[in-house]
Design a protein. Structure first.
Length: 400
């Protein structure tokens, strides 16, 4: 087995649902050992989220594969003591509780850093650990709405539309990962850990890019534009004879190439379409012209024309198409894993390709754990507890 960059790094994972588990999944892909702390009996909330196969949540499995599970009652004093003992043995603690929750348990960062000054404490929450909204509850759609992204998503004049994937959670997970890796690097110099505070709302604001730029420049309030790019034209989906195709002519040279392949060279030097700014300002005039052109051929015919000419174009794939796409296959982006009680399933692969890591080792293929599956192993190997002590904790329902 190849040594991965985070090999030897131990993570106490108190996270649940998506933002935190996504973060620790990325760390697991990079070689970290993830010790998932769950509630006895019920575990991570997402174990109850569908879809299900033979009673097992495929949602939970997809983002918790390769992790170890220990179930601890953190409301009990002995459970808290166990966590403190575990903190001494790890590099990172990740949690995504509402701010204040860990402090109420007596397990906040200020307390934990006393027992392990090298600890990196990563907190992912809806609104962060400061500010007037800090203690509010949040889910993905809450921050999509508050963060502005829903205001620019969907069709013009249509109802508010949620982005089709949980970008509020996922961006928080990714920024959490970046923060953790930065803190790990900093620890090499200082010898000390630190707290990483990531808010889902902050993440949504940080990815608004063009929308913030437009409002800053012109005070124009961005609105939904469907598939159209707000400042590049033509850069959107067009209806073809049988479905849809995306054309992304991102500069004047690509525009000229496109005009030539559709036998409309007259458009190249037309003052209304001479530059991208001209085309963008005259989108309402240009769009009907291109609509007529695209309906003349099928999507496959257009893709062949565009790809042969070096013009960026693509179909709008439904998810099932990804399972047979040669590029997705070549990049190992759908990986088969075997889960007890379920059988073989496909999960997303690792988009971070490192030259030293063979494709077959990019993601852990170990299954997602059952609740408390590794409790005994972790207590005996990491904390060096004997059989008698483990049995005592189990009988008192401190652990499961």
């Amino acid at each position: 087995m190849t040594t991965k960059p985070l090999e030897g790094i131990k993570v106490l994972d108190l996270t649940r649902v998506l933002a935190g588990p996504y973060c620790t999944m990325v760390l697991a892909n990079l070689g970290a050992e993830i010790i998932k702390i769950e509630r006895p009996g019920t575990g991570d909330d997402s174990r109850d989220f569908g879809p299900f196969v033979n009673g097992e949540s495929i949602y939970f499995i997809s983002i918790n594969r390769g992790k170890k599970s220990i179930a601890i009652d953190l409301k009990s004093e002995e459970g808290k003591e166990l966590l403190m003992d575990l903190v001494k043995e790890v590099d990172i603690l990740a949690e995504n509780f509402r701010p204040g929750t860990m402090e109420k348990l007596g397990l906040g960062y200020d307390k934990l850093k006393e027992v392990n000054p090298r600890l990196i404490y990563a907190a992912m929450s809806g609104f962060g650990h400061s500010g007037p909204y800090s203690k509010r509850a949040a889910y993905d759609m809450i921050v999509q709405g508050m963060g502005g992204i829903m205001s620019i998503t969907g069709q013009p004049g249509g109802e508010p539309t949620r982005v089709g994937t949980s970008v509020g959670d996922i961006t928080a997970g990714l920024f959490g990962t970046i923060g953790i890796l930065s803190a790990l690097l900093g620890r090499q110099t200082t010898g000390k850990g630190q707290k990483v505070d990531v808010a889902m709302l902050d993440g949504q604001v940080s990815i608004l890019e063009n929308a913030i730029a437009r409002y800053t420049a012109s005070k124009e309030i961005p609105e939904p534009l469907g598939s159209r790019h707000p400042s590049i034209t033509p850069f959107e989906a067009f209806k073809t004879k049988d479905s849809w195709v995306i054309l992304a002519a991102g500069n004047d040279a690509l525009w000229a190439k496109f005009c030539k392949v559709i036998d409309r060279e007259d458009l190249i030097n037309d003052p209304k379409y001479l530059t991208n700014a001209d085309r963008n300002n005259n989108h309402d005039i240009l769009k009907p012209i291109l609509d007529d052109v695209f309906t003349e051929k099928t999507t496959d015919e257009w893709l062949e024309i565009l790809n042969n000419a070096g013009i960026p174009g693509s179909p709008i794939n439904s998810v099932d198409k990804l399972f047979n796409d040669p590029q997705i296959d070549a990049r190992n982006m759908l990986v088969e894993v075997e889960q007890p009680g379920v059988g073989k399933i496909k999960v997303a692969g690792n988009p971070i390709k490192l030259s030293d890591i063979p494709a077959k080792e990019e993601v852990p293929v170990d299954p997602a754990p059952s609740i408390g599956q590794h409790t005994e192993e972790i207590l005996k190997t990491l904390l060096k507890l004997d059989e008698k002590k483990v049995s005592e904790l189990t009988s008192k329902k401190i652990v499961e």
